[in-house]
Design a protein around this ligand. Structure first.
Ligand code: SF4
Ligand code: SF4
Length: 215
Protein backbone atom coordinates (compact mmCIF):
# COMPACT_ATOMS: atom_id res chain seq x y z
CA UNK A 1 0.00 0.00 0.00
CA UNK A 2 0.99 3.59 -0.60
CA UNK A 3 -0.16 6.78 1.14
CA UNK A 4 1.24 9.97 -0.29
CA UNK A 5 1.53 12.82 2.20
CA UNK A 6 3.22 16.20 2.52
CA UNK A 7 5.36 17.23 5.47
CA UNK A 8 5.88 20.95 6.04
CA UNK A 9 8.69 21.95 8.37
CA UNK A 10 7.49 25.13 10.07
CA UNK A 11 10.94 25.58 11.60
CA UNK A 12 12.35 26.02 8.09
CA UNK A 13 9.63 27.85 6.14
CA UNK A 14 10.56 31.51 5.60
CA UNK A 15 7.25 32.55 4.06
CA UNK A 16 8.71 33.42 0.67
CA UNK A 17 5.72 31.85 -1.13
CA UNK A 18 7.88 30.34 -3.85
CA UNK A 19 5.71 27.23 -3.41
CA UNK A 20 2.61 29.30 -4.12
CA UNK A 21 4.19 30.76 -7.25
CA UNK A 22 5.44 27.35 -8.42
CA UNK A 23 1.97 25.88 -8.00
CA UNK A 24 0.35 28.72 -9.92
CA UNK A 25 2.93 28.39 -12.69
CA UNK A 26 2.58 24.61 -12.90
CA UNK A 27 -1.20 24.38 -12.62
CA UNK A 28 -2.18 27.71 -14.23
CA UNK A 29 -4.62 28.56 -11.45
CA UNK A 30 -6.44 31.86 -12.05
CA UNK A 31 -6.07 35.05 -9.99
CA UNK A 32 -7.53 34.61 -6.50
CA UNK A 33 -7.07 30.84 -6.55
CA UNK A 34 -4.18 29.37 -4.57
CA UNK A 35 -4.07 25.62 -4.38
CA UNK A 36 -0.92 26.07 -2.25
CA UNK A 37 -0.85 29.13 -0.05
CA UNK A 38 1.18 30.18 2.98
CA UNK A 39 -0.43 31.59 6.13
CA UNK A 40 1.39 34.26 8.13
CA UNK A 41 0.72 33.49 11.80
CA UNK A 42 1.62 35.66 14.81
CA UNK A 43 1.66 34.05 18.24
CA UNK A 44 2.11 35.22 21.82
CA UNK A 45 1.98 38.63 23.46
CA UNK A 46 4.52 41.39 23.36
CA UNK A 47 7.39 41.09 24.15
CA UNK A 48 7.19 37.30 23.81
CA UNK A 49 5.96 37.07 20.26
CA UNK A 50 6.68 34.57 17.51
CA UNK A 51 5.83 34.48 13.84
CA UNK A 52 5.52 31.39 11.72
CA UNK A 53 4.64 30.65 8.14
CA UNK A 54 2.34 27.77 7.42
CA UNK A 55 1.91 26.26 3.94
CA UNK A 56 -1.69 25.08 3.52
CA UNK A 57 -3.96 23.60 0.87
CA UNK A 58 -5.91 20.41 0.40
CA UNK A 59 -4.84 18.05 3.18
CA UNK A 60 -5.75 14.93 1.17
CA UNK A 61 -7.65 13.62 4.19
CA UNK A 62 -8.04 9.87 4.74
CA UNK A 63 -11.64 10.46 5.76
CA UNK A 64 -12.55 13.52 3.66
CA UNK A 65 -15.80 15.34 4.49
CA UNK A 66 -15.76 16.81 0.96
CA UNK A 67 -16.21 13.32 -0.46
CA UNK A 68 -18.94 12.40 1.98
CA UNK A 69 -21.18 15.34 0.98
CA UNK A 70 -20.53 15.18 -2.78
CA UNK A 71 -23.89 14.25 -4.33
CA UNK A 72 -22.49 13.38 -7.75
CA UNK A 73 -19.53 11.15 -6.73
CA UNK A 74 -17.21 13.61 -8.49
CA UNK A 75 -14.94 13.68 -5.46
CA UNK A 76 -12.98 10.49 -5.12
CA UNK A 77 -9.96 9.03 -3.41
CA UNK A 78 -7.20 7.06 -5.06
CA UNK A 79 -5.63 3.97 -3.54
CA UNK A 80 -2.55 6.08 -2.80
CA UNK A 81 -4.63 8.54 -0.71
CA UNK A 82 -4.79 11.43 -3.19
CA UNK A 83 -8.25 13.04 -3.12
CA UNK A 84 -9.50 13.75 -6.63
CA UNK A 85 -12.22 15.69 -8.44
CA UNK A 86 -13.70 14.46 -11.71
CA UNK A 87 -14.49 17.75 -13.48
CA UNK A 88 -16.79 15.95 -15.93
CA UNK A 89 -19.02 14.65 -13.15
CA UNK A 90 -18.92 17.67 -10.79
CA UNK A 91 -22.17 19.67 -10.92
CA UNK A 92 -20.66 22.72 -9.21
CA UNK A 93 -22.98 22.60 -6.17
CA UNK A 94 -20.11 23.64 -3.82
CA UNK A 95 -21.28 21.36 -1.00
CA UNK A 96 -17.66 20.20 -0.77
CA UNK A 97 -16.34 23.74 -0.36
CA UNK A 98 -18.69 24.21 2.59
CA UNK A 99 -17.82 20.83 4.12
CA UNK A 100 -14.04 21.20 3.85
CA UNK A 101 -12.67 22.37 7.23
CA UNK A 102 -9.47 23.56 5.54
CA UNK A 103 -11.00 25.97 3.03
CA UNK A 104 -9.11 24.15 0.32
CA UNK A 105 -11.68 24.26 -2.48
CA UNK A 106 -12.42 26.94 -5.06
CA UNK A 107 -14.92 27.48 -7.84
CA UNK A 108 -14.34 29.82 -10.75
CA UNK A 109 -17.23 30.70 -13.04
CA UNK A 110 -15.41 32.33 -15.96
CA UNK A 111 -11.90 32.02 -17.42
CA UNK A 112 -9.54 34.52 -15.75
CA UNK A 113 -5.87 35.07 -16.44
CA UNK A 114 -3.02 36.75 -14.59
CA UNK A 115 -2.72 39.70 -16.99
CA UNK A 116 -6.14 40.43 -18.48
CA UNK A 117 -8.25 38.55 -21.01
CA UNK A 118 -5.44 36.67 -22.73
CA UNK A 119 -3.48 33.80 -21.15
CA UNK A 120 0.27 34.01 -20.69
CA UNK A 121 2.39 31.45 -22.53
CA UNK A 122 2.29 28.95 -19.67
CA UNK A 123 -1.37 29.62 -18.89
CA UNK A 124 -2.20 28.86 -22.51
CA UNK A 125 -0.46 25.49 -22.22
CA UNK A 126 -1.91 24.51 -18.86
CA UNK A 127 -5.36 26.18 -18.97
CA UNK A 128 -8.10 23.60 -18.43
CA UNK A 129 -11.59 24.59 -19.63
CA UNK A 130 -12.95 21.64 -17.61
CA UNK A 131 -12.23 23.46 -14.35
CA UNK A 132 -14.71 26.28 -15.07
CA UNK A 133 -17.89 26.19 -12.97
CA UNK A 134 -16.80 23.15 -10.94
CA UNK A 135 -14.84 22.52 -7.76
CA UNK A 136 -11.05 22.66 -7.89
CA UNK A 137 -8.20 22.22 -5.39
CA UNK A 138 -4.65 20.98 -4.98
CA UNK A 139 -4.11 17.65 -6.71
CA UNK A 140 -0.73 16.86 -5.09
CA UNK A 141 0.35 17.26 -8.73
CA UNK A 142 -1.02 13.76 -9.38
CA UNK A 143 -0.29 14.13 -13.10
CA UNK A 144 3.41 14.61 -12.33
CA UNK A 145 3.35 11.74 -9.81
CA UNK A 146 1.72 9.39 -12.34
CA UNK A 147 3.96 10.44 -15.24
CA UNK A 148 7.00 9.95 -13.02
CA UNK A 149 5.88 6.54 -11.80
CA UNK A 150 5.31 5.45 -15.42
CA UNK A 151 8.97 6.30 -16.04
CA UNK A 152 10.14 4.33 -13.01
CA UNK A 153 10.79 7.45 -10.91
CA UNK A 154 10.15 7.76 -7.17
CA UNK A 155 7.70 10.43 -5.96
CA UNK A 156 9.29 12.62 -3.30
CA UNK A 157 12.79 11.69 -4.45
CA UNK A 158 12.85 12.39 -8.19
CA UNK A 159 11.71 15.95 -9.00
CA UNK A 160 9.84 14.84 -12.13
CA UNK A 161 7.59 12.67 -9.95
CA UNK A 162 7.16 15.21 -7.13
CA UNK A 163 4.67 18.08 -6.62
CA UNK A 164 5.92 21.41 -7.94
CA UNK A 165 5.67 23.17 -4.55
CA UNK A 166 8.03 20.69 -2.88
CA UNK A 167 10.49 20.94 -5.76
CA UNK A 168 10.50 24.74 -5.64
CA UNK A 169 10.86 25.35 -1.90
CA UNK A 170 14.04 27.34 -1.30
CA UNK A 171 14.27 26.20 2.32
CA UNK A 172 13.62 22.47 1.93
CA UNK A 173 10.54 23.00 4.08
CA UNK A 174 8.22 20.82 1.99
CA UNK A 175 8.73 17.08 1.66
CA UNK A 176 6.48 14.72 -0.24
CA UNK A 177 6.51 10.95 -0.01
CA UNK A 178 4.97 7.64 0.96
CA UNK A 179 3.92 7.38 4.60
CA UNK A 180 3.52 3.60 4.30
CA UNK A 181 7.20 3.16 3.46
CA UNK A 182 9.11 3.26 6.77
CA UNK A 183 12.29 4.23 4.94
CA UNK A 184 10.76 7.12 2.99
CA UNK A 185 11.84 10.71 3.52
CA UNK A 186 8.48 11.62 5.09
CA UNK A 187 8.44 8.63 7.46
CA UNK A 188 11.93 9.48 8.69
CA UNK A 189 11.00 13.14 9.26
CA UNK A 190 7.94 12.14 11.28
CA UNK A 191 9.93 9.64 13.35
CA UNK A 192 12.68 12.13 14.13
CA UNK A 193 10.59 15.25 14.83
CA UNK A 194 7.65 16.62 16.79
CA UNK A 195 4.66 17.08 14.51
CA UNK A 196 0.95 17.91 14.41
CA UNK A 197 -1.88 17.90 11.90
CA UNK A 198 -4.47 20.63 11.45
CA UNK A 199 -7.84 20.11 13.15
CA UNK A 200 -6.87 16.63 14.27
CA UNK A 201 -9.94 16.66 16.55
CA UNK A 202 -12.23 16.46 13.49
CA UNK A 203 -11.08 12.95 12.61
CA UNK A 204 -10.37 13.75 8.96
CA UNK A 205 -6.91 12.14 9.20
CA UNK A 206 -5.12 14.75 7.08
CA UNK A 207 -2.29 13.73 4.78
CA UNK A 208 -0.44 16.94 5.61
CA UNK A 209 1.91 16.99 8.61
CA UNK A 210 3.57 19.98 10.26
CA UNK A 211 6.93 19.77 12.01
CA UNK A 212 7.14 22.29 14.81
CA UNK A 213 9.61 22.33 17.68
CA UNK A 214 8.49 24.96 20.17
CA UNK A 215 11.39 27.09 21.41
S1 SF4 B 1 -8.67 19.24 2.84
FE1 SF4 B 1 -10.79 19.65 2.25
S2 SF4 B 1 -10.85 19.32 0.03
FE2 SF4 B 1 -8.98 18.33 0.80
S3 SF4 B 1 -9.56 16.18 1.21
FE3 SF4 B 1 -9.77 17.30 3.16
S4 SF4 B 1 -11.93 17.94 3.18
FE4 SF4 B 1 -11.46 17.38 1.05
S1 SF4 C 1 8.68 27.81 -0.75
FE1 SF4 C 1 9.21 26.78 1.12
S2 SF4 C 1 10.02 28.39 2.42
FE2 SF4 C 1 8.92 29.41 0.78
S3 SF4 C 1 6.87 29.73 1.63
FE3 SF4 C 1 6.80 27.80 0.50
S4 SF4 C 1 7.25 26.25 2.04
FE4 SF4 C 1 7.85 28.21 2.92
Amino acid sequence: MTRYVMVADLNRCVGCQTCTAACKHTNATPPGVQWRKVLDVEMGEYPNVERLFMPVGCQHCSDPPCMEVCPSTATGQRKDGIVTIDYDICIGCSYCAVACPYQARYKVETPRFAYGDQPTETEAIRFDEGRIGVAQKCTFCSDRVDAGLARGLKPGVDPDATPACANACIANALTFGDLEDPDSNVSKLLTDNTWFRMHEELGTEPGFFYLWNEK
